[in-house]
Design a protein around this ligand. Structure first.
Ligand SMILES: Nc1ncnc2c1ncn2[C@@H]1O[C@H](COP(=O)(O)OP(=O)(O)OP(=O)(O)O)[C@@H](O)[C@H]1O
Length: 253
């Protein structure tokens, strides 16, 4: 199986403290992997290291090649990123924010092409943000803003999409839309890796990586009882995983 992302002994220190300890991880291409764990576990740090956004020890590989072997723009076309609580670009219009996702496709200082405009329109429509395209990002609500940032990520049209808490501020219908969007992306052969606190949604993924204390505690299929037991354990058995129809739900004990 082709690996979209691989961590080989990745360690990260922040503020002089080691927060990720020699993590080894293989994330398969064409699958959706959810990353879960308690607050402060190191999930965001792991995702940033996998995206090549943080200095780290060990080696990270994207689609079988070390990050150092990728040219910047080529890598930016292959891997799209949605960070947690992103700020900045408040004065930019929604259209221009989504167009930022096309930068890796554009020659230096070139105006957007028809293909760029089509990709941005498609992305804004996919997240139902099209109607706000002339509004400033800073004038949107938290959930509206999140949908614009999601559109920026989609506009990249990358094969590997990393999202840190993509459901932040989204209401339940838009969480359901996100779930469908991810399923569609994976059906097209894309790889999605998402850090999620919504365990019920995270259990819809193909596989789950459970992180605690800066280490991967478990990696397994979301419908595997071993994954459910590991999930309950990492949250100190304060939640229990139950079947509900064809889904799994996490309920407080
Ligand atoms: N700049 C920093 N300096 C020092 N420690 C940091 C820094 N950034 C993060 N940390 C610490 O690193 C650890 C991992 O943080 P990280 O953001 O990866 O956790 P997380 O699992 O994503 O948490 P959450 O679920 O709360 O978002 C935490 O203990 C955090 O306090």
């Amino acid at each position: 199986m082709i690996q979209a992302l691989q961590a080989k002994g990745i360690g990260v220190s922040l503020g002089g403290v080691e927060v990720l300890h020699a993590v080894d991880l293989n994330l398969p291409a064409g699958r959706w992997t959810s990353v879960v764990g308690p607050n402060g576990a190191g999930k965001s740090t792991l995702l940033k290291a996998l995206a090549g956004l943080l200095p780290h020890s060990g080696q990270a590989e994207l689609l079988g090649r070390p990050f150092s072997a990728w040219r910047g723009r080529e890598r930016a076309r292959a891997l799209a990123w949605l960070g947690q609580g992103e700020t900045g670009a408040e004065d930019l219009s929604v259209w221009d924010v989504a167009m930022l996702g096309r930068l890796p496709h554009q020659p230096w200082l070139a105006p957007p092409s028809d293909a760029d405009r089509a990709a941005v329109e498609q992305a804004l429509r996919a997240t139902q943000a099209w109607d706000w395209r002339e509004r400033a990002l800073g004038a949107l609500s938290g959930g509206e803003r999140q949908r614009v940032l999601l559109a920026r990520l989609l506009a990249v049209n990358a094969d590997v999409l990393l999202m840190d808490e993509p459901l932040a501020n989204l209401d339940p219908p838009h969480q359901a839309d996100w779930l469908q969007l991810v399923r569609d992306l994976v059906a097209q052969g894309k790889t999605v890796v998402s850090v999620l606190h919504e365990i019920g949604v995270a259990l819809h993924a193909d596989q789950m990586v459970i992180v605690a204390g800066g280490r991967v505690r478990h990696q397994g299929a979301c419908d595997d009882s071993a994954t459910h037991r590991a999930l309950e354990a990492v949250f100190d058995h304060r939640i229990a995983i139950h079947p509900l129809g064809e889904q799994w739900v996490a309920l407080p004990r």
